[in-house]
Design a protein around this ligand. Structure first.
Ligand code: NPG
Length: 359
């Protein structure tokens, strides 16, 4: 990896609708774009450190003060501990730069085996049951091939039951708790066990990220597959979780694991172990979405990802918007990530620009 110039650009982008999870409500995204020479990438770190330790101001600081200087020096970014979302963005911008120079697409680079990937949607915790049923109806009408519901203690069995009653057993449905359940709270565990009767595709990250033992214990009690997200920051963690029986499905997010290479390493571990995978989402702009679609085109991604239309998140996107057609999104084929930034739109959302140059 080498580079002459790195730009750290912050954007404030309004969301189409506020998104509520067990972490709280988000109504805009504070996006950090990273440019390495001619290559661009998006850092997925959220505004607040509620999903993992990472957050966008921290990512910006570690990039400026520690990661970009290492890139300029040709040093290993893993000399810095953690900060995987920041590293992922810097690495992805380097890859985008290299691919653009050689005219190759990320999909080609990743060994994509499909031209389109199935679209899935994540629905936040709504303010009422009626709103949830409307959201599911709209998602089905738009052609999404599966729906994921955010759950938390007190909002779990009832919404799943209502959705099944309204839409039947053929709706491909899964739930995501973002670690909100207490493994030692009997009422919490009872609710998770009660979800087992609803034919869910999976239950994602019920317990704290570091509690693999609790996930393994739950997995033994359920027929529904347990899926891990926050518990898998690396391929090594994926191996450990699989060896312990803590999951039979893995959500793969390049940002969470430190970049596309590590995402591929997770992919390979899961394929070797016969563990199913899907690509997660972090409300990316078209730039991050393009990379997620290229990743999801790899052979091991046999389950539907959190891959939705741009309009699900952004009234105006910084690339040509991704649109769901026949329940799928396209895997971009242009050079690099395969999409072009609309610089006028980028400028209109920009709140700061910082350019760092190799000494
Ligand atoms: O479809 O892009 C999407 C979002 C899917 O629910 C989603 N993402 O916990 O997986 C998650 C959640 C998330 C979003 C996590 C933003 C962190 C930041």
């Amino acid at each position: 990896m080498g580079a002459d110039e790195v730009e750290l650009r912050r954007l404030r982008m309004p969301l189409t609708t506020p998104f509520r999870s067990s972490h709280g409500v988000v109504s805009e995204r504070d996006v950090l774009l990273v440019r390495v020479d001619e290559g661009w990438a998006e850092c997925v770190a959220p505004t607040e450190p509620t999903y993992t330790e990472e957050y966008v101001d921290g990512a910006h600081a570690v990039l400026r003060d520690h990661l970009v200087p290492r890139l300029f020096d040709g040093a290993d970014l893993d000399g810095v501990a953690g900060h995987r979302m920041a590293k992922a963005a810097l690495r992805m911008a380097v890859v985008d730069d290299g691919l653009r120079r050689s005219g190759r697409s990320l999909a080609m680079h990743m060994g994509a085996v499909r031209e389109r990937v199935p679209a899935g949607i994540a629905l936040g915790i709504p303010s009422s049951m009626d709103e949830l049923l409307e959201d599911v109806a709209a998602a089905s009408a738009e052609g999404y091939q599966r729906v994921k519901l955010k759950i938390r203690p007190g909002w779990d069995v009832a919404p799943v039951k209502e959705v099944r009653a309204a839409f039947g057993d053929s709706l491909a449905l899964q739930v995501d708790a973002n670690g909100a359940y207490g493994a030692s709270d009997p009422a919490h565990v009872d609710a998770l066990v009660a979800l087992d009767g609803f034919g869910l595709l999976l239950i994602e990250q019920p317990f704290a990220a570091d509690d693999l033992v609790a996930h393994a214990g739950l997995a033994r009690r359920l027929n529904t597959p347990v899926c891990l997200d926050e518990s898998v920051p690396s391929a090594a963690a994926a191996s450990a979780a699989i060896a312990m029986g803590a999951c039979s499905v893995v959500n793969v997010k390049p940002g969470r694991v430190g970049g596309l290479d590590e995402a591929v390493a997770v992919h390979d571990v899961c394929v070797a172990a016969g563990v199913a995978m899907w690509v997660g989402g972090m409300s990316e702009t078209g730039l991050g979405r393009a990379a997620n679609c290229a990743l999801a085109a790899m052979p091991g991604f046999t389950m539907v990802g959190d891959l939705s239309a741009s309009a699900r998140w952004f009234p105006v996107d910084i690339t040509e918007p991704f649109v769901v057609e026949d329940g799928t999104l396209p895997v971009p084929t242009g050079p690099g990530a395969g999409v072009e930034l609309r610089m006028d739109v980028v400028e209109s959302f920009t709140t700061s620009v910082e350019v760092l140059r190799r000494a």
